[in-house]
Ligand binder design. Structure first.
Ligand code: SAM
Ligand code: DTB
Ligand code: SF4
Length: 331
C-alpha cells in the first residue's frame, strides 16, 4: 500500500452504495482503497449483505483441458511456450476423460466446472470437442465455464448453443501496467472478446491478478476497468500471483501484502455489488485467517479442488474444514 490517507476526499464521493453502476471514476475507486481498514470492510460487508447471504460460498472446480505450449507471453503464466517452466505441453484431453473429472467434482460438492485451455484463441475444429464437454457438464447438472482465449462471434454463438453458462477472460491488470505483463495481445483485444461473449448472451467471468509488482494506482486502474464495463461481469475472479519458477515473475518484484489483497477484494465487492467476487489463485499460500478476511470483505466464491490449472490449490478437506469453522456453507 503506498499510503493510507483519505482526508482530502469527502465521504459522499462514493454515491449510490449497492447500485451496480458503470460510471465509476478512478477517484472514487482510489477513495475506497484509501479508506481505513475497518471502514472499508464495514462498507463492503454492508453492500455484500444487500444482495447475498454472507454465509454462502459458491464453489467452482477447474480443469486444464489443454495444457502448456501457449504462444502468448503472459509473464505470470507457467503455460507460455516462451518460458522454461518444466511444464510438459499436452494435447487436448478427450471428452470422456473431462467428463469423468466433472463427475468427480460434482460428487465432491462443486456447483460449477471450469475448463481452461492454453490457447491464444481456439481453432474452429477444437470447438467441436469443447462444445461436447460443455453439453456433458450440463447434463451432469453442473454449471459450465470455459476459458479458451480470444473468441470470434460465431465461436461464441456455438458455445452458447452448446449451453455454456460462463466464459472466463480476464483483463488481468490496469491498462497502464498491462504492457509490462503481456505483449502478444492488447488490452483492446481482451475488451473485444468480452463484448463478443456478452453479445452472445453468455455470462462473463472477468477479473485480474495482483501481486505482480503493480502499484496501488494499477490496482485502482484494474478495478476501475472492470467496474466501468457496460455491464459488470457476473463473476469477478481476483487472483493473487502464483509465482512459478521459470516465468519472468518467478521472483523480483514485490508481491502483495495480505491485507492489501483483502482491500482489493473489498473494493471489488463495493464497486461491483451484484457480482460474485471469487477469491481465486493464491489460496494455497494464504493463511486460513487471510482467507476468512477475504470472505468477510465480500468474496463469495472460490476455486475448489487440489489443483487450479497447473498449480496447487488447497485440498478439499482443508477448504471444507475452514468453511465449517466459519459456520459457512458451500454451494
Ligand atoms: N489461455 C486463456 C487466456 O489466457 O485467456 C485461458 C487460460 S489463462 C491460464 C486464465 C487466467 O489465469 C489468466 O488470465 C490469469 O488471470 C490467470 N493466471 C494464469 N497464471 C496465473 C498465475 N501464475 N497466478 C495467478 N493467476 C494466473
Ligand atoms: C482465473 O481468473 N483464475 C483461474 C481461472 N480464472 C482460469 C486460473 C488460475 C491459474 C493459476 C496458475 C495455474 O494453475 O496454472
Ligand atoms: Fe497462454 Fe492464457 Fe497462459 Fe497467457 S494466461 S500464456 S494466454 S495460457
Amino acid at each position: 500500500m503506498d499510503s493510507i490517507t483519505n482526508d482530502c476526499i469527502p465521504a459522499e464521493a462514493v454515491h449510490s452504495p449497492g447500485v451496480a453502476r458503470s460510471d465509476w471514476t478512478r477517484d472514487e475507486i482510489h477513495y475506497l482503497f484509501r479508506l481505513s481498514f475497518p471502514e472499508l470492510l464495514f462498507q463492503a460487508q454492508s453492500i455484500h449483505r444487500m444482495r447475498f447471504d454472507p454465509a454462502r460460498v459458491q464453489v467452482s472446480t477447474l480443469l486444464s483441458i489443454k495444457t502448456g505450449g501457449c504462444p502468448e507471453d503472459c509473464a505470470y503464466c507457467p503455460q507460455s511456450a516462451a518460458y522454461e517452466t518444466g511444464l510438459k505441453a499436452e494435447k487436448m484431453m478427450d471428452v470422456a476423460a473431462v467428463l469423468a473429472e466433472a463427475s468427480a467434482a460434482k460428487a465432491a460438492g462443486a456447483s460449477r466446472f471450469c475448463m481452461g485451455a492454453a490457447w491464444r484463441a481456439p481453432k474452429d475444429r477444437d470447438l467441436d470437442a469443447v462444445c461436447a464437454m460443455v453439453e456433458g457438464v450440463k447434463a451432469l447438472g453442473l454449471e459450465s465455464c470455459v476459458t479458451l482465449g480470444m473468441l470470434t462471434a460465431p465461436q461464441a454463438g456455438r458455445l452458447k448453443e452448446a449451453g455454456l453458462d460462463y466464459y472466463n477472460h480476464n483483463l488481468d491488470t490496469s491498462p497502464e501496467f498491462y504492457g509490462d505483463i503481456i505483449t502478444t495481445r492488447t488490452y483492446q483485444d481482451r475488451l473485444d472478446t468480452l463484448e463478443t461473449v456478452r453479445d452472445a448472451g453468455i455470462n462473463v467471468c472477468c477479473g485480474g491478478i495482483v501481486g505482480m509488482g503493480e502499484s496501488l494506482e494499477d490496482r485502482v486502474g484494474m478495478i476501475h476497468a472492470l467496474a466501468t464495463l457496460p455491464t459488470h461481469p457476473e463473476s469477478v475472479p481476483i487472483n493473487m500471483l502464483v509465482r512459478v519458477e521459470g516465468t519472468p515473475l518467478a521472483d523480483g518484484a514485490a508481491g502483495i501484502d495480505a491485507l492489501d489483497f483483502v482491500r482489493t477484494i473489498a473494493v471489488a465487492r463495493i464497486a461491483m455489488p451484484a457480482s460474485m467476487v471469487r477469491l481465486s489463485a493464491g489460496r494455497e499460500k494464504m493463511s486460513d485467517e487471510t482467507q476468512a478476511l477475504c470472505l468477510l470483505a465480500g468474496a463469495n466464491s472460490i476455486f475448489y479442488g487440489p489443483k487450479l490449472l497447473t498449480t496447487a490449490n488447497p485440498a478439499q478437506d482443508r477448504d471444507m474444514a475452514l468453511l465449517k469453522r466459519l459456520g459457512m456453507t458451500a454451494r
